[in-house]
Design a protein around this ligand. Structure first.
Ligand code: NAP
Length: 251
């Protein structure tokens, strides 16, 4: 028996990084988890290696793909209790060179994807009870000159979280909506960018120093906060965003 025994959890972006770590923590705590992701190879492998963990291919930017993934969730689990909107992309195109197409691509995954998840999760959960956890970022609150489009998407995720929480409260749905704001976390999203940088080690040290604790976070650091926000221990918490950032936003 774990804290999430009997709960059915849907985690987008579950084939990598924070989503993967989160899915594993939920199954450790007794949940049944559907991870979804664009990366079918990694997702299928993870599902093959764990009990009570299933995979569906999914593009969060595509509404039809959401309908198909939710249908798969219902065929496996019957219902959804928790949604973690974790899939995301981070582009570092310089502002002056970023094409509208690239801007929209990033918005489509990070903002449209979160909106669609919230919309369909509310439809699935409103007759019962549920929790939604969105993944915002420190970039929801501070600007990063090298990630202007990304900052805009994560600001939107934070605002969407507040408004969706109020929407659920207004209609007396027993659904809480919160977000987590990670600092830099050691996942492929960060390590891939470092690897293509000519002076990766220096950049890594510089980024680490921007966190008062002096290092990057681990995916599990974020997973723990996600599980808390999704749990009944957080039953009086809705519409908020919790930084888990080594002190980054406290400065
Ligand atoms: P990650 O390791 O790159 O994982 C993201 C996953 O999302 C990947 O498997 C990726 O698949 C998938 N994905 C991308 N586009 C998708 C789409 N359209 N539909 C479905 N899945 C898609 O990154 P992460 O660091 O775990 O990031 C998870 C979340 O945390 C993101 O929302 C990110 O913005 C946020 N975050 C991360 C950090 C950090 O420092 N790592 C900091 C703040 C916030 P592919 O690999 O095939 O693209």
């Amino acid at each position: 028996m774990g804290e999430f025994s009997g709960k059915n959890v849907f985690v987008t972006g579950g084939a990598s990084g924070i989503g993967h770590a989160t899915a594993l923590k939920f199954i450790e705590q007794g949940a049944t988890v559907l991870i979804t992701d664009l990366n079918e190879k990694a997702g299928t492998e993870i599902a093959n290696n764990h009990e009570n963990l299933f995979f569906a291919p999914h593009d969060v930017a595509d509404e039809k793909s959401w309908q198909q993934a939710i249908a798969k969730m219902k065929s496996i689990c019957g219902s959804m209790d928790i949604l973690v909107n974790c899939a995301g992309v981070s582009f570092s195109d310089p502002l002056e060179d970023m094409t509208l197409e690239r801007w929209r691509q990033q918005q489509a995954v990070n903002v449209d994807g979160t909106f669609l998840g919230v919309k369909y999760a509310i439809r699935e959960m409103k007759e019962r009870k549920g929790a939604i956890v969105n993944i915002a970022s420190i970039a929801s609150d501070v600007g990063i000159f090298a990630a202007v489009g990304y900052c805009a998407t994560k600001g939107a995720v934070k605002s969407l979280t507040k408004a969706a929480a109020l929407y659920c409260a207004q209609y007396k749905y027993d659904i809480r909506v919160n977000a987590i704001q990670p600092g830099y976390i050691e996942t492929p999203m960060v390590t891939d960018v470092l690897h293509i940088n000519k002076d990766a080690e220096r950049l890594a040290q510089k980024l680490k120093k921007m966190h008062p604790l002096g290092h990057f976070g681990e995916p599990d650091d974020i997973a723990h906060a996600i599980l808390f926000a999704a749990s009944d221990r957080a039953k009086f918490m809705t519409g908020t965003s919790i930084p888990v950032d080594g002190g980054y936003l406290a400065q």
